[in-house]
Design a protein around this ligand. Sequence first.
Ligand code: AMP
Length: 214
Amino acid sequence: MRIILLGPPGAGKGTQAEAIMKRHDVAHISTGDILRANVKNDTDLGRQAKVFMDGGQLVPDELIVHMMERRLQETDCSGGFLLDGFPRTVPQAEALDAMLGRLAVVLDGVVLLDVDDETVVQRLSGRRMCRSCGKIYNISFKPSSKGDCCEQCDVPLYQRDDDKEEVIRKRLAVYHAQTAPLIAYYDSRGQLHRIDATDGDSVPDRVDEIVGRS
Ligand code: AMP
């Protein structure tokens, strides 16, 4: 399985990726997670990326493309991958085409998780994460059974700086300006599958249909 999960911030890409991973043994590649790990470890990449991330802006394409070139060559990707948060611009999509060509692999499809902006604001402002295992909760829709702590790790949950409402609105504007053009990019090539992700429950089933596993 080789698919791209596309959609606005808060469409549920991370949550759906977790659900899909329970069914398929593929590498889950989230550029946001890789960048956050770099920020946490204070790497060169992390220091360069942080200023853009905190402001709700995209990290420059060159940094992301270089990072993904390396990631897609790792051995766990040979059995397939789920790209979550990449590509995010047309130049990134073009760079991905070139990388896939060099690796001699093809995409099964691009899954667009469609949700409206107000749903995104409501979802993201309630999102909480575990710093230790990365598990995602939502204070309204998917609360932890341990209140403010992670069910698995028992450590306090936190709110990402970029999940504050003002930054969410900025990220949505960036999505519409820079990432939404990818919808036409992949649609024109017959690779786009649009799923209404307002109610996320049926998404893994739809993904199975798309990759021909059901
Ligand atoms: P995410 O967790 O996917 O919402 O990503 C969090 C932040 O990381 C984004 O708001 C961007 O600043 C940065 N980021 C993640 N993926 C990319 C990408 N493909 N291109 C540029 N910036 C990215």
